[in-house]
Design a protein around this ligand. Structure first.
Ligand code: G3P
Ligand code: CA
Length: 246
């Protein structure tokens, strides 16, 4: 049922972002999908973490890509959020895909390769999607449009989303150039005309990051295809009040 509800970095309003705890909560709360951020470690593991640096969301410091997976696993990825989550770790993409695989959820994987180059990230992500048989349920997004084109070369069946910030002139033309099926649009840019024109160009529109009840309802009225939100429970209550009432 549209709009799909994607839990942004998991259910990140009440759990530390991009941790298994946040993704388990998203499943429990009835989200249609999760959104997560991926990067490579120095020894080639795909890990789920937002910033290129460890400092904000872990008790470590420095660049993620300068550390091995074993080194990253010694860090807490939850104590910054609340001491209750001090045992939370940076997950590997393998762990998250194994968690989601038995559900029917979709996964938006944002490649964090805009500011810091991540050679071979596309190849490693596609390999993992194949191992976990998640190609049909995955959507790959990135601010790095060349990287999206590379995904299409490696795995034409995997959907991609043109992720942008600020104003993009005629984004459907750029989507065609980079062969994406979706536009991932910042909420300030979502208008009736943008959605109408995107649909006319056979593009789905996913809005980010949509948190207030009022905006969630407005998005549905506009006919958006999906919303990315830190509050999947709120979104579900607002969009499907009857589903949870019994
Ligand atoms: O997918 C949209 C959104 O996740 C992009 O911004 O900074 O939360 O990764 P950010
Ligand atoms: Ca993201």
């Amino acid at each position: 049922m549209r709009p799909w509800i994607f839990a942004h970095r998991g259910a990140s309003a009440r759990h530390p972002e991009n941790t298994l705890e946040a993704f388990r909560a998203a499943i429990r709360l009835g989200a249609d999908g999760i959104e997560l951020d991926v990067q490579l470690t120095s020894d080639g593991e795909v890990v789920v973490i937002h910033d290129p640096w460890l400092d904000r969301t872990t008790d470590g410091t420095g660049l993620v890509q300068n550390r091995t997976f074993a080194e990253l696993r010694r860090l807490s990825a939850g104590s910054w959020f609340d001491p209750r989550f001090s045992k939370s770790k940076i997950p590997s993409l393998r762990e998250v895909l194994a968690l989601v695989m038995p559900t029917r959820m979709q996964v938006i994987l944002e490649l964090k390769n805009f500011f810091v180059p991540q050679p071979e990230l596309e190849k490693r992500v596609v390999e993992l999607l194949r191992i976990y048989e998640m190609e049909q349920r995955a959507i790959i997004s990135s601010f790095n449009f060349n990287s999206l084109l590379h995904i299409k070369e490696l795995a034409p069946a995997v959907r991609t989303g043109l992720l942008y910030i600020g104003h993009l002139h005629e984004p459907w033309d750029i989507a065609r150039q980079y062969q994406t099926e979706q536009l991932h649009v910042p909420k300030e840019e979502i208008t009736p005309s943008l959605i109408r024109q995107a649909h006319r160009h056979r593009l789905e529109v996913i809005g980010w990051t949509i948190n207030s009840s009022q905006t969630i309802l407005r998005m549905r009225k506009l006919g958006i295809d999906g919303i990315i939100t830190n509050y999947p429970r709120r979104a579900r209550k607002v969009l499907h009040p009857k589903l949870d009432s019994g």
